[in-house]
Write a protein that binds this ligand. Structure first.
Ligand code: OGA
Ligand code: MN
Length: 223
């Protein structure tokens, strides 16, 4: 639970006009191709604030190893995924996290307005991939998480080059399931895709790789 030095929280989630503009193009592209890459979704100062908080929270023991599966079947499998995560909310969040969630809220509303997906909620986590870790090819929607409809991955890294590894490899061509497109985890960049349709993986990172990843969900059974 985040409280600032004065013990205040939670932050108010704002729906800004700037965020609205950014969403329109994104929604169009999501409708046309099912996935979208948006550079500058977050401004550099917000990227730096979220990254700083994530690294501090991890240093102070707030993160845990991400698992595979759900409930009783939850397993820690470093051979499948090596990231460490901290779920956001639903309680108080920092002002920077509130700003991020406000932008995602504007996106949720824009998608619902234009695509009628009936998205009602966002669940997400901060994620750190320590050097040498990866996440093998997978789908984000599987048994137990059928409500996940649109995946949103936003990168919080300062700089990033191909030699740093850690690319998101997304398999976006149903006609050629082995043909991946590699995306560098550049700060402020948002990748969105339909959770049920796009297998993807995170290639081994050679540097600490920071992101915030989450899912816009609809109510189960609302097809
Ligand atoms: C995930 C995931 C991709 C990325 O957390 O499910 O696939 O680029 N993340 O961090
Ligand atoms: Mn994934």
């Amino acid at each position: 639970m985040y409280m600032n030095a004065k013990g205040e929280g939670p932050a108010v989630i704002q729906d800004t006009a700037e965020a609205q503009d950014c969403c329109d193009g994104l929604v169009r592209s999501l409708a046309e191709t099912g996935w979208c890459l948006t550079d500058g979704f977050l401004p550099p100062d917000l990227v730096a604030a979220l990254r700083g908080e994530a690294l501090e929270l991890r240093r102070s023991g707030g993160f845990h190893r991400a698992g595979i599966g759900r409930g009783q079947g939850l397993q820690i499998r470093g051979d499948i995924r090596g990231d460490e995560v901290l779920w956001l909310g639903p309680g108080a969040c920092s002002p920077a996290q509130g700003d991020f969630l406000g932008r995602i809220e504007a996106l949720r509303q824009a998608i619902n307005r234009d695509l009628y997906l009936g998205l009602f909620e966002f669940e997400g986590h901060l994620a750190v991939y320590p050097p040498g870790t990866f996440y093998q090819r997978h789908l984000d929607r599987f048994r137990g998480v059928e409500a996940r409809t649109v995946t949103c991955v936003c990168y919080l890294n300062d700089t990033w080059e191909a030699a740093d590894g850690g690319q998101l490899r997304i398999y976006a061509d149903p006609a050629d399931p082995q043909a991946g497109t590699d995306v560098l985890p550049l700060g402020g960049r948002l990748v969105t895709f339909l959770s049920a349709d796009y297998p993807h993986e995170v290639l081994p990172a050679r540097r600490e790789r920071v992101s915030v990843t989450g899912w816009l969900k609809r109510r189960p059974g609302s097809d």
